[in-house]
Design a protein around this ligand. Sequence first.
Ligand code: PRX
Length: 565
Amino acid sequence: MKTKIYSIKEKNLRIEPNLKDYNKVYKNFKWKDAEKEISFFSNGKLNAAYNALDRHVEKNGNKIALYWESEKEKKKYTYKELSILSNKFANVLKKLGVKKGDRCYIFLPRTPELYISFFGILKIGAIATILFPAFGSWGVEQRAKKAKPIVFVTNSELYERIRKMKNKPKNIILTDSDSKISFKKEMQVASSEFNIEKMNKDDEMLLMFTSSTAGTPIEGIVITHYAIVQQLITARYVLDLHKQNVYWCTADPGWITGVVYGILAPLINGNSIISYEGRFDAQKWIDILADYKVDMLYTAPTALRMLQSAEPKIPKLNLRHVCCVGEALNPEAIEWAKKKFGLIVHDTYWQTETGAMMICNFPCVPVKEGSMGKPVPGIEAEIVDKNGKILKDRKEGDLAFKPGWPAMMKTVWENKKMYNSYFRGKWYITNDRAYRDREGYFWFVGRASEIIKTAGERVSPFEIESTLLEHPAVAEAAVIGKPDKLRGEIIKAFIVLRNTKIGIGDKLIEDIQQFVKKKLAGHAYPKEIEFIDKMPKTRSGKILRRLLKAKELHLSLGDTSMLEE
Ligand code: PRX
């Protein structure tokens, strides 16, 4: 099939993009030059929160930094207000004895307190973790066990999931109740002056949990303050944010996209951001785009497909540019968006571990439909074989990056071995399969591991299997990602029951699904469950998910010589 190419002319760019000549900039790019866009204290020290808020206060203090909306109310915060409120929260933390390097977790829906506490945590030099609010009690506990936070900022509803946790964090701050440490009361008495901690470039800023690309369930990916150099430059070059824009990133801050491009990068650039605390509602999304005159949207392919299938009424919008991330962007979604928004969706590729965008489509470069685009200036990308040898154009292999970019993870939390496993020779290995064409465009082929991507969110089959095994009826479980038109993949579980005489039916399926939703996470439960008599295993007892998947998709079973029988 012939590739569709959208020329720059066809993009109808409404304003001149920040990046005007990709090849020239790529050739001459130096991270040292990009550093000039960031405010450093003396001796090369910096703080991401200072860059996102305080440095704008003098000239643009009254500009709206955050438009917030829930299903019931609306609020807005200026840069000056967020700067003061986060100072106050940093003082609340100081009173609790929080110090540089301590871990503070935020477990909240997208409320204003999430943004305020996030910046307060960064200002005191502590490490911020934001947990997706769909996590259940077990999911949260596993993540807390890893890095032992001394503060948890949450609300009374979500607190219920922490309540029974063994080794609960010392300080529980509740945003809507006085029954623990009261966010409201403490903020009232806290000073609005705070001396922001001056951080070294490689001091930790974020600790985001994800399954490793090799598939292990929960690893803490550590990103430093210096990452903001790349986060800002990509927001300018790729998202093409200009200061005057209202920008909306639809990802939850519990995921890396939501925290980096939903909060940090646009505020560091001085934009107004939007936060919508509510369920997905296609018409509501379109209303937000219209009401706030959003001119740049960063979202996920699943969200575009959901909009497409809901067929909302779309009035004339102010949208100028749309980008996507998280999973392969299918041509139908591009074509739908072209019809409805009059824009070509630009795909971007990166990972939690890379801390910022790596391979992207740029406004000033033609888009090849289905390609992830070209490396961000400053990034060296190659396709390598299993020995780390660079492969020729059009050869499929492992997508790899030359280590040393500013946002690259500093480490995997207390798991140096896991961190080391990401590297092969002089390459960082993404664990994604891809190839490059003769014009330097990269094309995603698939994941090398058994990681599942559902609605753009990374889930590990192991974590879901472990949860399933705790259900009293389940003897064995194997989980795969099954291709799905809307969500990219859905989670499918194969289960062997303890008692074969047990009534198999919708009730049992529902019971198992609810069990996983409550315990692990509302977004990571198996949408499909199939009961089987026996698991395919190797002779050493390892479950062969690959075979289950091949059978499910009616593919060839491949090499079955390792089967136990
Ligand atoms: O498999 C790739 C897929 O998402 C993985 C990273 O997931 P996560 O750390 O959750 O970060 C998501 C957003 C930064 C990658 O290893 N992925 C990401 N972008 C794309 C993609 N797959 C296909 N096309 C993309 N544009």
